[in-house]
Design a protein around this ligand. Structure first.
Ligand SMILES: Cc1ncc(COP(=O)(O)O)c(C=O)c1O
Length: 440
């Protein structure tokens, strides 16, 4: 009997590393884990592992638990729902919470047009459905996405994703008629003009605009590196889509529900997307996603053409309704901007100390912040190794931290929108100590 098996037999708790060994043996490596931390419980912005060690959480399960872990109001809503029923299938015998949630989402998503919603379970599914809806509406085939964008891991969503490793290698071929244009990033010397020129070129070389069903864009690129789409770029996309009858899809899966300091990030550009994908922060950890969009477009598919067995689960619906109330009652949007300010002052101080290492800060969009790590202050010399090492040190010191970026060199900060300044400072002290140990 192995040491781990003996401990199980004796009822003794296993350590993180013992669970990691068992996980590696039982779970395929494709579903990796960033941190070697096995969670026992989580509350607010703190997590405790199976060894009783406490961590500050700057990741919120990748921008999901925006109201903090185990929020009492959301827990209570879910507990009450569990007493009534947990599943009947929204496509068979629906329930009032699904209607109330659709009405709420239709109100919240930006723009004056009448909206309708459909529910699904994951972000990738929401993305897939926007393409189905846009194709049904336009009768066209093409879809344009952007380099560095991330839209999910299912085949169509992955085809739209503009990052190869680890998402796309080994998995092709991808669905046809998907095209990529460069995303404008000033720090990497790709201007809005250049991006728009590349789109124009795409229309000449690869696909006529009259064959394009949809353009999908993240208002702030998430996995790609936390690059906000410039306001003038989103406005130009809106105008381009209007000109050519193309459906504009805003992928707000990571940016929605207050994360960027507005309810939806498209509000910064003052545009009304045709379709919006939502998931993640919508229900604070209960799996539900949706597509919300202009009614005339949303109603294009035939009845039964959209959905899924678990789409709009009653647990997810009540959790999302409670989450929306929490955002309003606890002013989480203002709070996201307060969180941004506290992080920004800490990150700016670090950048002043390490100007050759912290090449660029992203602190313009609420609690969706990042620092891009480079060598010799050069944007073209990404330091993915340093980013990986900072994460490693953070875990050792009691901080859950995430990375991102097409080059793997961005450390991102995605805390709960109601995290206290005290916890932010405690976490940022760990980041500062980690940098001090790693940068000579
Ligand atoms: C912008 C964006 N779109 C789509 C997805 C995919 O969502 P899910 O992982 O729920 O399928 C993500 C997830 O990170 C995302 O950030």
């Amino acid at each position: 009997m192995s040491k781990a098996q003996l401990k199980i037999a004796q009822g003794t708790k296993l350590s993180n590393s013992e669970w990691q060994v068992r996980k590696n043996d039982a779970v395929a490596r494709g579903q990796g884990n960033l941190a070697p931390i096995f969670v026992e419980r989580a509350l607010g912005s703190e997590i405790w592992d199976v060894e009783g060690k406490r961590y500050i959480d700057f990741g919120t399960g990748i921008a999901v638990c925006s109201a903090g872990h185990s929020h009492p109001k959301i827990k209570a809503a879910v507990a009450e729902q569990l007493e009534n029923f947990s599943h009947t299938c929204v496509m068979v015998t629906p329930y009032d919470s699904s209607v109330r949630l659709a009405e709420k989402l239709n109100q919240l998503v930006p723009g004056p047009s009448k909206k309708k919603s459909i529910f699904v379970t994951t972000g990738a599914e929401a993305v897939e459905n926007t393409i189905k809806i846009a194709r049904a509406y336009t009768g066209r085939r093409g879809v344009i996405a952007f380099s560095g964008g991330f839209h999910g891991r299912t085949m169509l969503a992955m085809g739209l994703t503009g990052k190869i490793t680890p998402y796309k290698n080994l998995f092709g071929p991808f669905p046809a008629e998907l095209y990529h244009a460069p995303f404008p990033i000033e720090y990497h010397r790709v201007s809005v003009t250049e991006s728009l020129k590349a789109l124009d070129n795409l229309f000449k070389v690869d696909i006529a605009p009259s064959d394009v069903a949809a353009i999908i864009v993240e208002p702030v690129q998430g996995e790609g590196g936390f690059y906000p789409a410039p306001v003038e770029f989103l406005q130009a996309l809106r105008a381009l889509c209007d000109e050519h009858g193309i459906v504009l899809v805003a992928d707000e899966i990571q940016t929605g529900f207050g994360r960027t300091g507005k309810m939806f990030c498209a509000e910064y550009a003052g545009i009304e997307p045709d379709l919006v994908t939502v998931a993640k922060g919508m229900a604070n950890g209960f799996p539900i996603a949706a597509v919300v969009g202009k009614s005339e477009i949303m109603d294009s598919p035939l009845p039964g053409g959209l959905g899924g067995t678990y789409a709009g689960s009653p647990i997810g619906c009540v959790a999302a309704l409670a989450m929306i109330e929490v955002i309003e009652e606890e002013n989480l949007i203002d709070s996201a901007n307060r969180v941004r300010d506290t992080f920004a002052s800490r990150l700016e101080a670090l950048q002043a100390k390490y100007p050759q290492v912290i090449g660029h800060l992203r602190t313009s969009h609420g609690a969706m912040m990042a620092m891009e790590l480079v060598q010799n202050g050069d944007a073209d010399q990404p330091d993915a190794e340093l980013s990986k090492n900072i994460l490693g040190k953070a875990y050792e010191k009691g901080l859950v931290l995430l990375s991102c970026g097409s080059r793997g060199n961005v450390v991102r900060f995605l805390p709960a929108l109601n995290i206290s300044d005290e916890l932010i400072n405690e976490g940022m002290d760990i980041v500062a100590r980690s940098l001090a140990e790693l940068v000579k």
